[in-house]
Design a protein around this ligand. Structure first.
Ligand SMILES: Cc1cc2nc3c(=O)[nH]c(=O)nc-3n(C[C@H](O)[C@H](O)[C@H](O)COP(=O)(O)OP(=O)(O)OC[C@H]3O[C@@H](n4cnc5c(N)ncnc54)[C@H](O)[C@@H]3O)c2cc1C
Length: 426
C-alpha cells in the first residue's frame, strides 16, 4: 500500500457508484448470519481438481469484471497500475461487497491478486508491469508463491535454491515446499540464492518462473483435512530469461518482505471467508439447545469480543496504511488475531459438540465443523507462524531486544549452506 493519489473521489458518491456496479455483476446476499455446510466452515477447502478449476473460473470472472470496472488494487498508486484510492475507499468497497454473493475465493486467487501482482507492480520494470501485473490483477494469469523450502520456512533467508547466470538466462536448481495452488498456476514468484558470498539476506534474487518450463515438477501434498491444496515443487536446470528477474540481483529479500507483509494484511484482514465465525458458533449453540447455559454464554461473549477487537484492529491497520507506508510489522497483529480467533472458534464449537464432533451423527451441519478444526492449525503456520508474528511485534513494534543473531556472516560460511539444493544432487 502506498500514499493515495492527491485527487480522491468523494467517498459517498464513489460508494454509490460501487453499489450500483455490484448490483450489475452479483446477486444480493441471501444468507443473513451464519453460513453452514462444509464449504462455509472449511478453513482451506478441499476439492477434486475439476471442481477446483470450476471454482477458479467463477472467481476469475468476478476478478476480471472488477478489474475492468476500475475496482481492483484500490490503494495501489495509479502510476503502478492501481486505482490510487485511500484505505477508506477500500473499507467502503469491502462493506458494499459484503451485501452481495461474492464467489468464494481460493488461496491461489488471493496469492495472485494480493501478493504476486502487488510485488510485480512495486518492483517490476514498466514492461513487467504492463505484461504481468495487469494480467495477475485481472487473473488472466495465475501465480503461486515459491518461497518456502524444506530448510527455510520461518528462517526464509536461509533458502538454498540456487540461480546462476548464463548470459541472458538464469539456471535454477532447488526445491520449494507448501506451494499453495502450484498445480493450477501459470507462473511462480520464486526466491533463489544468486550470491552465497554475502550475508544471507543480501544474496537473494526474485524471479517469475513459468510453471510449464522444462525442469519444473509439481507434486501435490495430501493434507490431514483430505485435500491436496499445496505442493512440493522441484526445479532442475530450469532456464529463465533475465527479463523475468523481478527487481535487481540481490533485491530479493526486499521483494520477499514486502510480499510477506501483503500476505499478513491479506490473511489478517480481507473479505475472504476462512472457516466458521462467531455467528456460526452462536447458531450451533442454539441448534443444540445450549445457548442459555451460563458457561456457554461466557464462551460466546468472549468470542464476540475477540471478533470485534479483531475487526477494530484490521480497521486501525488499514487506516494507518492510508498514511502512506507499505504494510509493515503492524500487519502481524491482524494475522495473529485472525489465527487466534480461528483456533478459539474451533475450540468453542468442539466444546459445544463434545464427542459428536468426531463422527457424522446426521445432525445438520455439525460434522462440517471438522473442516474448521482440521484446517485452523495450518493457518497458524501459513504466512509466518504465530511465534514469528510475536517476534516481529516484539522487536519491530514494541522495540524489545532482538533475538541473538549468529548469522551475520556470508551465507557460504553458515553451517549447512553447502548442502545440495535438491535431493537429487545428493
Ligand atoms: C496452509 C499453508 C499454505 C502455505 N502456502 C505457502 C505458499 O503458497 N508458498 C510458500 O512459499 N509457503 C507456503 N507455506 C509455508 C509457510 O510459509 C511455512 O509453513 C511457514 O513459514 C513456517 O515454516 P516451516 O513450516 O518450515 O516451519 P519452521 O520454520 O520449521 O518452524 C517450526 C516451528 O518452530 C517455530 N520457530 C521457528 N523459528 C522460530 C523463532 N525464531 N522463534 C520462535 N519460534 C520459532 C515456528 O513457530 C514453528 O512452530 C504454507 C503453509 C501452510 C501451512
Amino acid at each position: 500500500m502506498a500514499e493515495p493519489d492527491a485527487e480522491q473521489p468523494d467517498l459517498d458518491a464513489w460508494r454509490t457508484r460501487v453499489r450500483q456496479w455490484l448490483a450489475t455483476v452479483l446477486a444480493p446476499r441471501q444468507v443473513a448470519e451464519s453460513t453452514s455446510g462444509a464449504a462455509g466452515l472449511a478453513v482451506f477447502h478441499n476439492l477434486p481438481d475439476d471442481e477446483e478449476r470450476l471454482l477458479l473460473e467463477r472467481c476469475r470472472a468476478y476478478q476480471r469484471a472488477r478489474f475492468d470496472a476500475g475496482y481492483q488494487a484500490l490503494t495501489l498508486p495509479r502510476d503502478k497500475g492501481g486505482a490510487g484510492l485511500s484505505a477508506a475507499h477500500t473499507a467502503a468497497f469491502a462493506e458494499e461487497e459484503s451485501a452481495y454473493e461474492v464467489p468464494a475465493s481460493t488461496e491461489l486467487i488471493s496469492v495472485t491478486v494480493r501478493l504476486v501482482a502487488m510485488a510485480v507492480s512495486l518492483f517490476g520494470t514498466p514492461e513487467q508491469r504492463d505484461t504481468y501485473a495487469r494480467a495477475f490483477l485481472r487473473t488472466d494469469l495465475l501465480a503461486c508463491q515459491l518461497f518456502s523450502e524444506p530448510g527455510a520456512g520461518s528462517d526464509l533467508a536461509a533458502l538454498r535454491t540456487r540461480a546462476r547466470r548464463e548470459e541472458d538466462e538464469w539456471v535454477i536448481d532447488g526445491q520449494k515446499v507448501w506451494t499453495s495452488g502450484a498445480q493450477f498456476a501459470d507462473y511462480g514468484l520464486l526466491l533463489a540464492r544468486t550470491d552465497p558470498h554475502v550475508v544471507k539476506q543480501a544474496g537473494i534474487t526474485a524471479f517469475l518462473v513459468p510453471m510449464d518450463a522444462s525442469g519444473v515438477e509439481v507434486r501435490p501434498i495430501r493434507q490431514m483435512s483430505g485435500g491436496a491444496s499445496f505442493n512440493e515443487v522441484f526445479l532442475e536446470g530450469v532456464r529463465v530469461p533475465d527479463a523475468l528477474r523481478l527487481g535487481r540481483p540481490g533485491q530479493g529479500w526486499e521483494v520477499a518482505t514486502a510480499t510477506l507483509a501483503f500476505e499478513r494484511t491479506a490473511s489478517g484482514g480481507g473479505n475472504r471467508r476462512k472457516g466458521g465465525t462467531f455467528p456460526d458458533v452462536l447458531a450451533l449453540a442454539r441448534s443444540l439447545g445450549r445457548s442459555k447455559d451460563p458457561l456457554v454464554r461466557q464462551r460466546l461473549a468472549d468470542l464476540y469480543i475477540r471478533t470485534e477487537l479483531r475487526a477494530a484492529t484490521v480497521d486501525r491497520v488499514a487506516r494507518a496504511s492510508a498514511a502512506g507506508v507499505r504494510p509493515g510489522p503492524e500487519a502481524s497483529l491482524t494475522k495473529l488475531m485472525a489465527s487466534d480467533l480461528l483456533t478459539r472458534t474451533g475450540q468453542a464449537a468442539a466444546e459445544l459438540m463434545g464427542a459428536r464432533i468426531t463422527a457424522d451423527t446426521g445432525e445438520p451441519d455439525t460434522f462440517a465443523w471438522t473442516q474448521h478444526l482440521l484446517g485452523a492449525p495450518g493457518y497458524r503456520l501459513a504466512g509466518g507462524t504465530d511465534q514469528i508474528q510475536r517476534n516481529l511485534i516484539g522487536e519491530r513494534v514494541l522495540g524489545l531486544p532482538g533475538e541473538p543473531r549468529t548469522d551475520r556472516v556470508p551465507f557460504s560460511q553458515l553451517p549447512g549452506s553447502r548442502r545440495p539444493a535438491t535431493p537429487t544432487e545428493e
